[in-house]
Write a new protein. Structure first.
Length: 389
């Protein structure tokens, strides 16, 4: 008799991870002296943790300080430092008791979803979207409710879309800046959506992981300052360049702080102790991190100037994050094949749009520009040659 397989076994892949594997294999097979692979497939800063974070971790290790479990919601000093960040950056008062340090943003999402929703609940999100939103929800027995968005809505949901939903979903996930398009909600639009969600009994989850990486067009605004019922997700992976350290956080409404703590105690115990020490120090490395941001801005400007001349001229407004969401429908209706050829023939690793929009993603690809700026600058010329320009 066959053994039962759980619903989680059917979770779709996160396709960018397959692209990473293919790019790694191609790089390993490259002959000496061959042009390098341009790693534009993954949202991982090319530089590691800021020096102050590394120094703090080294001091703790050299002192042979105990690195056991922390409290499930994180080191009190780190939670207090995150609370200070909200006061300084947004003018928002967020008590440390409402902050939960998590195993990256990836660990934050299942905690938030399990605390806020039940199996069978519908949770709305704009498409294109970060794939694990839908995949984690599905694995937990919840239902992603997709709101198709496009350039006309700047790839963000609108209040009109939400008001038209009948029945109303249990929750709404927003991201500003968003992955993959990099677009943002204007502060007034975010405030209106937050107010509507609170009044309608729709739990708002605001993914703010790319805050700090914005390019001057739209001001950052946090849902933590706009709604008493919203959940905010953030991480040290992007602005703070600490992807592998696996530290993120949640800002929770009062009614979910203890439920999330209970879940964290049982699911993760705590985020890694040494990583929390480093993360707290990273929050004071402003000068170094702003220097890295300036390098991303240079890469962004080079790509926005060079890609249209290379033949890719339909690009979403890149207000923030470090991605370009490129409409390649004039070049291909199969972005999986297109990006595979781009890697094989031009040495550029890019991500198929199907990762972010199963319905329309065959006409899109995502390019990341957070790697080495000198290498990223080569991309337009390589693409032009690939397209025969």
């Amino acid at each position: 008799m066959p053994l039962k397989v759980g619903r989680g076994a059917a979770t779709p892949p996160f396709l960018v991870m397959d692209v990473i594997a293919a790019a790694n294999a191609r790089a390993a097979a490259q002959p000496a002296g061959a042009p390098g692979i341009l790693r534009m497939e993954v949202g991982q800063p090319g530089l590691g943790a800021p020096q102050g974070a590394v120094d703090a971790a080294m001091r703790a290790l050299q002192a042979n300080a105990p690195m056991g479990y922390t409290e499930a919601l994180g080191l009190p000093s780190l939670r207090a430092r995150i609370a200070r960040h909200y006061a300084e950056h947004y003018g928002a008062s967020v008590p440390p008791a409402r902050i939960a340090v998590t195993v990256g943003a990836s660990g934050a999402f299942p905690l938030a979803f399990l605390a806020a929703f039940e199996a069978g609940d519908a949770i709305a999100m704009a498409a294109p979207f970060y794939p694990p939103y839908a995949n984690i929800l599905t694995a937990l027995g919840m239902r992603p409710q997709i709101l198709p968005c496009d350039a006309a809505t700047r790839f963000q949901p609108t209040l009109a879309m939400l008001e038209a939903l009948h029945p109303r979903p249990a929750g709404l996930i927003i991201a500003s800046p968003c992955n993959p398009a990099g677009t943002m909600l204007a502060p007034e639009a975010l405030a209106a959506i937050a107010a509507w969600c609170h009044a309608a009994g729709v739990r708002l989850i605001s993914d703010e992981i790319y805050h700090g990486l914005t390019w001057g067009t739209v001001a950052e605004s946090t849902a933590a300052a706009l709604s008493p019922s919203a959940i905010v997700v953030n991480s040290f992976s992007k602005y703070w360049s600490m992807t592998g350290w696996r530290v993120g956080w949640l800002v929770l409404p009062e009614d979910l702080a203890r439920p999330v703590e209970r879940l964290a105690q049982n699911m993760f115990i705590s985020a890694p102790h040494i990583a929390q020490v480093a993360a707290e120090a990273a929050m004071d490395c402003v000068a170094e991190l702003e220097g890295r941001k300036a390098a991303y801005a240079t890469s962004r400007a080079l790509l926005l100037d060079g890609l249209p001349r290379a033949g890719i001229d339909r690009i979403a407004a890149a207000d923030g994050a470090f991605y370009l969401w490129c409409d390649i429908s004039a070049l291909s209706n199969d972005s999986v094949a297109f990006t595979a050829r781009l890697l094989a023939e031009a040495g550029i690793a890019a991500t198929t749009g199907l990762d972010f929009d199963p319905g329309r993603g065959a006409h899109f690809m995502r390019l990341s520009y957070c790697g080495d700026a000198a290498l990223i600058a080569e991309a337009p010329a390589r693409i032009a040659r690939f397209l025969g320009r």
